[in-house]
Structure formats: C-alpha cells, structure tokens
Write a protein that binds this ligand. Structure first.
Ligand code: PLP
Length: 412
C-alpha cells in the first residue's frame, strides 16, 4: 500500500487485510502521533551504527556520542529561544510532565501545598496532581469556558500564599485551544513580586511545540515530546529555566547534570534534534500549509453537513487541530467507517482510549457539550503533509457517512 507521502510502503497491523495496491492513506491523527521524517530515520540509523559509544565513556566513541547529543540539545534549546543548559532529555512528554509536577512539589513543599491547574490538562498532568491530592496536597482545577479557554484572570484569582506551582497547557490536545500562557506567566510574576512568593509556572507544550512559539520569559518549566513533530516515540525533553531548582525524578548515574539519570537514548535524542531542526527551518511554511488545509476542512464540513458543533475555536487555536461534533452519529463508529476508506482520524486523545473511565472526553465535558454532542465528536489533526486533495476526499467521506447514520437514525 502506498503511504500518504514520500511514496513509502506502510505495513498494516495484525488482523487487517492490506488495502488494494495504490490506495492512498489519509492520515489525520497527527495529534496522537506523527510519521517520522525520512531524515530522522536516517539520522537514527546512523546513530545506531556509528554513535553507539556511551556518552559517559571517556574514550573517543563516548566523546563522539556526547558531541552529537550536544548538537541535538542546541536544536531543542533554539526552538525555545533558550540556552542548551536549560534542556533536559526525558523518555517522553509524560515523564517531562511528571518530573515537573512531582519535582516542583517536592522542592517547594515547605513553602506551601497548593497547586493550580486546569480541568482540561492531559492525564500526564492530571494524574500526578491527583496523586499529590492523596498525599495531602490541595489542587485547584480551573474550569474552562464553552470554547475551551481558561483566562489569566482565573489563574490570578486562584493564587494564594500556599500556592507553589501552576500548570497550564499551551495547546489543548483535543480542542486545539491556545491557552493564554504568556499572560498567565505575567500574572504569576506580578503575584510573586507583590507577595515575596516563588510560585513556579509549568506549561505542557507537547501540542504547541513545532507549531507555535511562545515567549519563555515567565515560564519556568515546559514539557515537550518528539513523536508529535515527526521525531521518535519514547523521547521527550523538559525545559527548566536557569536558576530554577526542582527535585530529580530518576536517581542513578548522574547523567543530565544529575537531573535525569539513565544512559542517554542516543539515537532518539539525535532523531529528536533532527526533527526540531526540520520543523524550525520550515516553520512559517509548515504552519501556513496546516492552517490552509484546516480552514478548507472546516469550510467543507460547514458547507456540506448541517447541524454540526465546531469544538475548535476559530480564533486562538493551533494550526493542526479541528474537533467537530456530528450529532446523530457516534464518533467511534464514524472513525471505523472512515477507516474503510483509509482515512484515519480520532475521537479525542489517543490516551483517553486507555482510560477505564469511558464517560467520554473530560475536555468536551468541561466545555459543556451534551453527551450526544460529545459522543459524536471527531478530532481531525493534520500535518504539513496533508494536501487539499486529502481534505476533499475526507469531506466527501465524512458527509456520506454522517448523512447515512442520520438517515438510519441508529444513534438518536
Ligand atoms: N501532553 C499532551 C498535551 C499530549 O497530547 C501528550 C500526548 O498525547 C502528552 C502530554 C504525553 O506525551 P507522550 O506521549 O510523549 O508521553
């Protein structure tokens, strides 16, 4: 089967027959994960063959690996407008979030035991917060409005002398909302200056990295993940602003300046560096191309399908995500129907499907969607490889499927 770009062959998973030769895959689940850039594959393969030395070894092979890691760290720092000393490699976005939250909590617990976050964060933030609640911490989960936004004013109003950490994501993985994190950082700084507190501000930037730049002036900690930007899975980084000290999560051999022990995953670190290099070198072009296809998709859906709820705000949303509810359908059934035409979408976040709680998306519930609207939600997430033709085919297939389900009345 031909892949959706670069003419690559894609092998399908167990239990599914390979589609007809020459049939094109339309991959619109890039918020769940992306296909690695070919350049990333090459860099990783080279790393496995050439840079196998342990970066902590004193000999030439070790030094070679260390030098390569330094280059990759520089790429990631550059994307943040930070210095390389502020970047720590981790095993994924989840580890970065866990390290930021538990690390800040442990380091600051003598100052207070209050954390502020939002109720639409990824489980990688919500679950550590819940764990801390079990250990006696107080956590404020700020609500969002019907468009999915939290305001800087809400954060400011929730700050107390007991607060030690605020964690607000930059872009929501389901709605695509861009949160006002620069303003939030300003408010926290003002509060700290007025009250002599040292409240830290963490932002989960997994879904914004490579798609939107933020001024990091008032952001102390930020989590990112390689596989959302055509890099390898199981690779992440945590930005820790110079001068900020939080407790390490993994203790051991003292790698990453004693902040994150464990022998470095050299191929993945180099692959991450390469992905960031490509994203940054083509930043404007990529964002423009994703925005164009997203608008085309939005217009196509609005024009062809009556009675839809657009769950992604038209203003202040990331270029790649469009979340739409099609009442009278069920998202999961729609997803599998589209899959028959080799169109791959999502009902929400991929991680939510692992959750025991099957009540539906916590993000859409927080935005006030009715159960019927939540049930019929589909998240389309494009990449720079999504074409206008992909969108036309998707609109056609979605329209046909939604109209058929509504006519049958199976999901009323
Ligand atoms: N945070 C957000 C907003 C995400 O979307 C994801 C992944 O979907 C994560 C964190 C977790 O990242 P990883 O899959 O690298 O652990």
């Amino acid at each position: 089967m031909d892949e959706y770009h670069h003419g690559k062959k894609l092998r399908l998973s167990v239990g599914r027959k390979a589609p007809e030769q020459g049939k094109k895959v339309i991959y619109l689940d890039n918020s769940a994960t992306t296909r690695q850039y070919d350049e990333v594959n090459r860099v990783m393969l080279d790393a496995m063959e050439e840079f196998f030395g342990n970066p902590s070894s004193l000999h030439h092979l070790g030094l070679l690996s260390e030098k390569k890691i330094k280059e990759a760290r520089g790429e990631i720092a550059g994307a943040f407008g930070a210095s390389p000393e502020e970047i720590y490699f981790t095993s994924c976005g989840t580890e970065s979030d866990n390290t930021a939250i538990f690390g800040a909590a442990r380091a600051r617990q003598r100052a207070g035991k209050h954390i502020i976050t939002t109720c639409v964060e990824h489980p990688a933030v919500l679950e550590p917060c819940k764990k801390l609640e079990q250990q006696g911490w107080q956590v404020t989960y700020l609500p969002v409005n019907s468009e999915g936004f939290v305001t800087a004013g809400q954060v400011a109003a929730a700050l107390t002398k007991e607060t030690v950490l605020v964690s607000v994501m930059a872009v929501n993985n389901e709605s695509g909302c861009i949160m006002p994190i620069e303003e939030i950082g300003e408010k926290i700084k003002e509060y700290n200056n007025a009250n002599g507190t040292g409240i830290l501000f963490h932002s989960d930037m997994v879904q914004s990295f490579g798609k939107k730049h933020f001024n990091m002036k008032n952001i102390d900690l930020a989590s990112v993940s390689a596989h959302k930007i055509h890099g390898p899975k199981g690779m992440g980084a945590l930005y820790v602003k110079k001068g900020i000290n939080i407790e390490p999560f993994l203790l051991g051999g003292g790698q990453e300046k004693h902040f994150r022990s464990g022998t470095e995953n050299v191929p993945s670190i180099l692959g991450f560096g390469e992905a960031v290099r490509i994203c940054e070198a083509n930043f404007e072009k990529r964002v423009k191309s994703m925005s164009e296809v997203k608008i085309k998709l939005l217009e196509g859906i609005k024009k062809n399908i009556p009675d839809v709820r657009i769950n992604t705000p038209e203003h202040d949303s990331v270029c790649s995500v469009l979340n739409v509810s099609f009442p009278g359908t069920r998202g999961e059934v729609l997803l599998h129907t589209l899959e028959q035409s080799e169109i791959y979408v999502s009902t929400g976040s991929a991680c939510a499907s692992n959750h025991k709680n099957k009540k539906g998306s916590h993000v859409l519930v927080a935005m006030g969607l009715s159960p019927k609207e939540g049930e019929g939600a589909i998240r389309f997430s494009c990449s720079e490889f999504t074409t206008a033709d992909d969108i036309e085919k998707t609109v056609e297939a979605v329209t046909a499927a939604v109209m058929r389900f509504r006519k049958l009345g199976s999901f009323r």
